[in-house]
Design a protein around this ligand. Structure first.
Ligand code: MRU
Length: 369
């Protein structure tokens, strides 16, 4: 535990072998404190995802993958046939962990993608594989998911910086929510683009939406960008219209939680409004996301499950009541931006622009739907 925020704080890490534990940087405590929480059980990971101690689509998937490893040990505590001795019970415990973790949050498809990868590993194991090896094999898969995301972030940064580099040095870029190292296994998605622009000497001038109601932009994005010396200005969500009218932002770039086959994009609530404003002002609206964020089984964004969160997040944010007791509250955590408003999607395989189903399928390729 530490009280001093550091730029190199590792948001997700695993200690030990198949019987080790997961450590998460508790994002609910930022920017005031850097507090780490150790997860020793599937339920610990489920809780961390649900209360947003770990958040951001790729990061949720990575944390859940490690959570499945913990599931094997959980099963050992629960079952009459301890998985420590019974290979079938070890596999069942891992699958039960997958099922439970899948109920933690509904919108980011990376969670379900990662859990399917873990289920795939379980499916390849048989009674020849001793229970101790089950945990080891699952841990290797979780680490592979984590490592692959790191590489995907780097590639997204490179492709995105080529794209946004065209706006020249010192260009204004508006972003929403948090899409950096806190939200991924690497440098981020939309923020990886910003970091790559910075590295290329383009000195982007970033406007970070505060991102009501949970302030991921103010608490996390502003913190990350300041730590890394990026020029960042914090704005309330409601300031985006005059910001664009005054030509302070030459482009908007955001992340995504789920992108459909036709290119509809679910992302943090407020994103759709930004896209509409961007179109009204002739500002290009881009999305950056790894191919693991695509759900090719869904055509329309209307079919994406949108998480609704507790009323207190709006009416009593951060423990202080700001609305009358008992007021009705609607608190969807995400919205869907139609493909027509998206100028381009940056993945680790290149830029999809213009956005069409054909171009998406060509880019995303063999990623499981
Ligand atoms: O509710 P959150 O904080 O998990 O929402 C996160 C977002 O909406 C991000 O923009 C998205 O997951 C992309 S993260 C690279």
């Amino acid at each position: 535990m530490s009280d001093t925020p550091e730029a190199n704080a590792t948001p997700i890490s695993w200690t030990g072998g198949g019987d080790g534990f997961l450590t998460l940087l508790d994002q609910t405590r930022l920017p005031e404190s850097v507090i780490y929480v150790n997860c020793q059980s599937v339920q610990d990971v489920w809780d961390a995802i649900q209360r947003l101690a770990v958040r951001g689509a790729p990061a949720i998937g990575i944390a859940a993958a490690y959570g499945v490893v913990l599931g094997v040990r959980d099963g050992a505590m629960l079952g009459a046939e301890p998985p420590a001795r019974d290979p079938a019970a070890a596999r069942e415990a891992a699958l039960a962990a997958c099922d439970h973790l899948a109920t933690s949050r509904p919108t980011a498809v990376n969670l379900f993608w990662a859990l399917d990868r873990m289920r795939g590993v379980v499916g390849e194991l048989d009674d020849e594989v001793p229970p101790a090896q089950v945990g080891k094999r699952l841990l290797a898969e979780a680490k592979a998911i984590h490592e692959a995301d790191r590489a995907q972030c780097a590639a997204i940064g490179r492709y995105g910086a080529e794209l946004l580099g065209e706006f020249g040095s010192g260009a204004g870029i508006l972003t929403h929510c948090n899409t950096g190292m806190l939200a991924t296994g690497g440098d981020g998605t939309a923020l990886a683009v910003i970091f790559a622009l910075q590295k290329a000497g383009k000195n982007p001038k970033v406007y970070a939406d505060e991102t009501r109601p949970l302030l991921q932009g103010a608490r996390l994005t502003a913190w990350e960008l300041m730590q890394r010396g990026v020029d960042v200005t914090l704005v309330c969500d409601s300031m985006a219209a005059p910001l664009m009218r005054d030509q302070k932002a030459q482009a908007v770039i955001v992340g995504a939680d789920r992108i459909t086959a036709r290119g509809d994009v679910a992302n943090k609530i407020g994103t759709y409004g930004l896209a509409v404003l961007a179109q009204a002002h002739g500002v290009p609206f881009y999305v950056a996301a790894p191919t693991t964020t695509f759900d090719l089984s869904i055509e329309s964004g209307a079919d994406i499950p949108i998480e609704e969160r507790a009323a207190e997040e709006v009416a009593e944010p951060f423990g202080r009541r700001t609305a009358p007791e008992g007021v009705a509250v609607w608190n969807p955590a995400f919205d869907v931006t139609p493909a027509e408003l998206v100028a381009g999607i940056v993945t680790e395989r290149g830029v999809i622009s213009p956005v069409s189903e054909e171009a998406i399928r060509a880019n995303v390729g063999a990623v499981p739907a």
